[in-house]
Structures are given as C-alpha cells and as structure tokens.
Design a protein around this ligand. Structure first.
Ligand code: C2E
Ligand code: CA
Ligand code: CA
Length: 542
C-alpha cells in the first residue's frame, strides 16, 4: 500500500502554523517567565529588606537598653533612686529613641523610673529568661498607664530598660500581609511577633542563619521567608509574605510585558507566514511568469584558454517579475522541479534560445550553445523532439547544441542512457554539469557517451590551495584525459586560476574573469567582431 504523502504546500502550511504558534507562544512564555522571575526577585528583596530592618531596629533597642542599664549601674550603684540617679534616668530615656522608660526594680516591682511615678510598685510579672550576661528578660509586661501596649523589660542588678515590644515591627512596616518578628536564636523564643510564622523557620538548626551571615531567603508553606541573624547579639529577625502576594506582583509585571511579547510574537508569525506563503505561492507565480513572458536568457561564453576565443555559450535563465524583482534560478528551478513545472520551463528556454540565437551558427559555424536540463527532462521522450526541433530551426550541425545535465540525471541509468544515446545520434553533445559534487561520480563515466565534463566551481576555487579538495581537480583532469572527454572549468574568477588550468591541460573555461553572462545581442556582436580577425588568420595561414 502506498503511504499518503503530504504535498509541499501542505507541509509549508503546517510549518507556517507551527511557526505562527511558536512565534506567539515563545515571546509570551518568555514574558511570563521574566515576570515570574522578576516578581520572585522583587518579593525576595522586599522580604529580606524587612527582616534586615527589623533586625536593625531590634539591635538598636537592645543596644540602647544595655547602654542605659550599664551607665546607671556604673554611675550610682549605691543609691539607685536618688534625685541624681532619676535625673540620669530621664537623660538616658530622652537620648534613647527606642526606650520607653528606664527604672530600678526591687523584688519584681519598679521602685523609681525616668517617667516619675508611672507604673511604680506595679508587679512586672515572671522573668522569661536570663541571658548569659545575667540579664533578666521579661517579654510580656503590661503597665496600668498603657493597657494597649506590651513592653519588654531587660534588667540587670535591678537597673531596667523598658521598651515598647512592637515598636521595631511597626516602624518597619504596617502592611497587614507581612509577618514580622525577632527572636532569640538559641531557644527560638520570639520577643516580638506579628502575623503567621512557622516555628521551623527560625527554630530548626538547618534553617538557622549562621552568625555574621546576611539574610537567608526561601519559600516555604506558601510564604516567602527571610531570616536575618545578628552578629552583635543573640538575636534574629524574620519576615514573611504569603506567596499570593508574590503572584499579584508577578501579574502586574506581566501585564506590562505580555503585550510587548504579543506584539513581537505576532510580528514574527506574520513574517514567517509571508515567507512560507511566498514559497507556497511560487509555483503559481512561475505559471503566471510563463504566461506573462517574464523569463529571458543570458549567455555566458565558454572560452578557449589557449586562444581566448569564444567557442560556445551556456544559456542561463533569468526571471524578472512584474514588480521588477529578479528571482534567482537556484530558487525557482528547484521549486519548478517540485511542482512539475520544469518541462514547461525547459520548453520556454528552448523557445527563447531559438529566437535569441536563430542565426548564430551562420556567423560562427563551430560555435556551440549549451542549455541546462533537469533530471526530469531526461525521463521523457519530449526532450528528443524538443532538441530536434531546436536543431532544425537553428540549422544546427553536429556539436552545435549541447545539453548540460548533472549527475542526478543519471539516477535512472537505463532510461538516461537511452535518451542520451538518441540525443547524440541527433548531433547533440552532452556535458556533465557540476562534475565532482555528486557521489556516483566515477563509475558510470565509461558507460555513458559524454562529450564534456564541467569541473565544478568549488574545485576550481580550491585548486591552487593546499586543501584536501585541491587534489580533486587534478584527479578529474587526469580521468577526463584518459577517457578522451573535453573539460570545461566553471567559475574561473582570477587570472591565476585561468593560467593554472591551462597549464594543467584544461582547454575550456567559463567564469567572471573571462566573461560575465550577457544578453544575446551582446554575444552576437562579440562573435561578429571576432569573425574578420579569424578569417584574416585563416587567409594568412592559407
Ligand atoms: P550552473 O549550471 O552551474 O550555472 C553556473 C552558474 O554560475 C550561473 O549562475 C552563473 O551565472 C554562475 N557563474 C558563472 N561564472 C561565475 C563566476 O566566475 N563566479 C561565480 N560565483 N558564479 C559564476 P546562475 O545563472 O544563477 O544559475 C544557477 C543555476 O541555476 C545553474 O547552475 C543551473 O543549475 C540553474 N539554471 C540556470 N539556468 C537554467 C535553465 O535554463 N534550466 C535549468 N534547468 N537550470 C538552470
Ligand atoms: Ca550549467
Ligand atoms: Ca555548473
């Protein structure tokens, strides 16, 4: 059973749709990923900044508290509540932004303070823990003068500093979504906390930030978390934001990027569609071009390297579209082959050459005109009829017409052999084009009747260089000589190449160094100018 193959048009359509989808999807995806990354980074930075800020404020509070109790203890250890002492308390209180009050504690009761008699003789409640430096810390002290707020009291040898527990948090941010706190890293107890904090974020040894380290950020349990650790005190701070908050950030960033991605994607897709549609439309364009007579020929002389004489010319097809655009044959010939239009093209080429060079052989009887055939041309009998008609109308003698075929044309061996044999019987010579670039190269040469080998430009280019392919040209030359086949070198662009080829025994060449492809009139003019000179040479010899 034959498998259903898709036509080039269908494949091109599928490719266009894929490119269009990718064209839109990729920029969008990139925009979203970028937004995601940017949102996450923004979030992490924000949370770290919060943790850092809380830590800094807590450190300052503790530092101010310690300074105050040390100063009081140093100054007046014997009379802690003297007038002088209370005056010093007031001074220290005023100087310390984070301290609510400074005082002296006896048996868990404050007996004097910087705030006069406020809270005096009020029980402070149980001590929460005692630090390594014998500082007694109470975390939940409420005073009758301020029922709403909770205070932390740090006390050593009776001297005490009182600070508003939530001041460090409130000063950082009042945003409700943000969880904030500071804690004692060894026992994991929070001195102040607002919002949800998972104990493991600060309690688990693996989660702990080593001393002296900066902030550590991570995502856990739907929160972006930052934990900071003080390198001055046994103190840590934490900040956390729900991930939903992060998504809102991402969305707002993506809102900006998505339209940009969309516009870029659509532009890309449109460009791809244009190119693909053009490719799909090529066969239709070729048909229209044939109808509208948009094709014409140019001719590149084949030059005898010894005499400089033009011994022939290769007909090369040109297509100038109605909009003035010049299409290259490497582009439209393969498309025409795929679309089954190549035989129409070959017929047009034969027509054009017949018109252009109708009486060329009366001007130059030994001249040859070569046309390029596609492998498909060799598979039908039409080509014999076509070449026969051409020879007849141009009054071509044996060897005046040459066909150029590439090695691809020999794939169906027997068929090609038959067609070539008949063509040669009719006086048409055969040249193998681009010789050396195919893979079947050498084996078939002896079995085919061939008149010329055209050495591909790639070998001419590397011939005088020290590369592996530089040997190929020499090899081809030797082989052609042993089989008595004439050589035409292609794409000769320098005088050095021309000289080298001549010295190696290559008789003919084409190339920009010798002559560019030209219009038929120019070719005929050149041939007419050469004729008197040749006649003169002939008469001198006679
Ligand atoms: P090709 O048969 O190998 O033709 C030689 C190509 O090399 C021509 O390009 C010619 O203009 C170019 N050329 C000549 N001398 C030089 C040179 O010194 N340097 C360089 N860089 N290039 C040089 P063109 O005309 O663009 O043709 C390209 C190909 O298109 C041809 O390669 C041939 O395969 C195909 N083609 C051209 N005309 C026809 C045609 O009428 N029928 C068919 N079936 N194919 C054709
Ligand atoms: Ca050719
Ligand atoms: Ca060639």
């Amino acid at each position: 059973m034959q498998s259903r193959q898709r036509s080039p048009g269908q494949i091109a359509g599928i490719i266009a749709v894929l490119v269009a989808i990718l064209g839109v999807a990729i920029p969008l995806l990139i925009a979203i990923l970028l937004a995601d990354r940017q949102g996450r980074e923004t979030e992490m930075r924000l949370v770290s900044a919060y943790a850092d800020d809380v830590l800094h404020r807590a450190e300052t509070s503790i530092s101010q508290g310690y300074t105050a109790i040390r100063t009081l203890a140093d100054r007046n250890p014997a009379e802690p509540c003297s007038d002088e002492s209370v005056a010093l308390m007031r001074k220290l209180d005023l100087e310390s932004s984070y301290l609510h009050a400074v005082g002296y504690v006896v048996n868990g009761h404050m007996v004097c303070s910087s705030q006069g008699r406020e809270g005096i003789d009020f029980p402070l409640g149980p001590v929460d823990w005692v630090s390594q430096r014998h500082v007694r810390i109470r975390l939940n002290v409420r005073f009758p003068f301020d029922e709403a707020d909770t205070y932390i009291v740090v006390e050593r040898n009776g001297f005490a500093a009182i600070m508003n527990r939530d001041l460090a948090l409130e000063a950082t941010t009042n945003e409700e979504d943000v969880s904030l706190g500071f804690f004692q890293p060894i026992n994991g107890r929070f001195m102040a906390l607002r919002g949800y904090v998972k104990p493991e974020w600060v309690g688990s040894p693996t989660r702990q930030v080593p001393r002296g380290h900066s902030v550590r950020t991570f995502v856990d349990a739907g929160y972006v978390v930052a934990v900071a650790r003080s390198n001055r005190y046994l103190l840590g701070a934490v900040a956390a934001l729900p991930v939903t908050y992060m998504h809102a950030q991402e969305r707002s960033t993506a809102m900006v990027l998505v339209p940009v991605g969309l516009v870029a994607g659509i532009a890309l897709a449109l460009a791809a569609l244009y190119l693909v549609r053009r490719q799909v439309a090529l066969p239709a364009m070729i048909r229209a071009g044939l109808r509208r007579q948009e094709f014409y020929m140019v001719y590149q002389p084949v030059v005898d390297l010894c005499t400089g004489e033009w011994v022939g010319a290769e007909a090369l097809l040109r297509w100038r579209r109605a909009n003035g655009e010049l299409m290259r044959p490497d582009l439209f010939i393969p498309a025409a082959e795929d679309a089954g239009l190549i035989q129409d093209i070959t017929r047009r080429v034969v027509e054009l050459v017949t018109q252009d060079l109708n009486d060329v052989f009366s001007i130059a009887p030994r001249f040859h005109v070569a046309i390029n055939l596609s492998p498909i041309d060799l598979t039908s009998g039409d080509v014999l009829e076509l070449m026969g008609g051409m020879a007849h109308r141009m009054k071509a003698g044996p060897g005046n017409l040459v066909i150029e075929v590439t090695e691809r044309g020999f794939l169906d061996r027997e068929l090609a052999q038959g067609v070539l044999h008949s063509l040669r019987d009719g006086g048409v010579k055969v040249a193998i084009d681009d010789f050396g670039t195919g893979y079947s190269t050498l084996a078939y040469l002896e079995n085919f009747e061939i008149d010329y080998l055209k050495i591909d430009k790639s070998f001419v280019d590397t011939m005088n260089l020290d590369t592996p392919t530089s040997q190929v040209a020499l090899h081809i030359i030797g082989m052609a000589r042993s089989l008595d086949i004439e050589l035409i070198a292609e794409g000769v662009e320098t005088g050095t190449q021309a000289t080298l080829l001549r010295e190696l025994g290559v008789q003919y060449a084409q190339g920009w160094h010798l002559s560019r492809p030209m219009a038929a009139e120019e070719l005929l003019l050149g041939l007419q100018r050469a004729r008197p000179r040749k006649l003169m040479l002939v008469s001198m010899a006679g």
